[in-house]
Write a protein that binds this ligand. Structure first.
Ligand code: 13P
Length: 259
């Protein structure tokens, strides 16, 4: 079973729409056809950048996909400030993060809401990348596997096997996000394997083997290859390093760096 790796850049609240255009142009200039044969490349810009990014991608027929950092659990109506999956889908948005730890933390999003947002993405033909991962105190007391699998269970509890088949999962340990403290390849693989085994139980071997599991947390071009060498890791969700086009291109080309 081959899973094409997905390299995703979560820009978070960085790069305005003019900077976004320049950034995507730099990526498009640097990344070559052979890169896109090896990996799928995804950018997750702020909402105000999205139309500019989409116009550029469409006009130049770029092989870069774009996605949303969040979406509403509702499709339309009186929900001031929220962004509908219907609109995102119409724009050509292919992916959306759900349950990023910054939204679970800063915006107090519950796993129930994460599940509703995941369903909203799916019904609008957007691939949800459901994010899970433990904070540092849980890692220190050794309960990281139970914690992360519980979070996954709660975030997907209403979803059928057929729905789960169409999602990706990102393991992002909170202690590794924006800290420079990356998980070791072995730690990342241990959790990815636990997640894969959970998916086998929840769906089927065939479905679980076809699903992508990403790692995120302080990934750089110098560390990407080691993580990507792990058998159950099928991609990277990159924050800070995705803002620097050279770094992000280096991460997309991890296969050339050697472990
Ligand atoms: P950093 O790569 O900045 O640690 O962020 C990871 C992340 O949160 C990606 O979603």
């Amino acid at each position: 079973m081959t899973r094409k790796p997905l390299i995703a850049g979560n820009w978070k609240m960085n790069l305005n729409h003019l900077e976004a255009i320049a950034h995507v142009q730099r990526l498009a200039f640097s990344l070559k056809e052979e890169d896109f044969e090896e990996v799928d490349v995804l950018v997750l810009p702020p909402f105000t950048d999205m139309r500019s990014v989409q116009t550029l991608i469409d006009a130049d027929r770029l092989r870069i996909a774009f996605g949303a950092q969040d979406l509403s659990d509702k499709d339309n109506g009186a929900y001031t400030g929220q962004i509908s999956g219907v609109f995102l889908s119409k724009l050509g948005c292919k992916y959306a993060l759900t349950g990023h730890s910054e939204r679970r933390g800063i915006n107090a999003e519950s796993s129930e809401l994460v599940m509703q947002k995941t369903k909203a993405a799916l019904r609008n033909n957007i691939t949800p990348i459901v994010c899970v991962g433990e904070p540092s105190d849980i890692r220190k007391n050794g309960n990281h596997v139970t914690y992360t699998l519980d979070q996954l269970e709660q975030s997907l509890s209403d979803l059928t096997k057929e729905m789960i088949k169409d999602i990706a999962i990102a393991y992002e340990p909170v202690w590794a996000i924006g800290t420079g403290e990356i998980a070791t390849p072995q730690d990342a693989e241990q959790m990815a394997l636990e997640i894969r085994n959970w998916l086998v139980d929840r769906t089927s071997l065939t479905i679980a083997q076809g699903m992508r599991i990403l790692y995120g947390g302080s990934v750089k071009s110098s560390t990407a290859a080691g993580i990507m060498a792990m058998p159950n890791i099928d991609g990277l969700l990159v924050g800070g390093a995705s803002i620097d086009p050279d770094e992000f291109v280096g991460i997309c080309r991890y296969r050339l760096a050697g472990v």
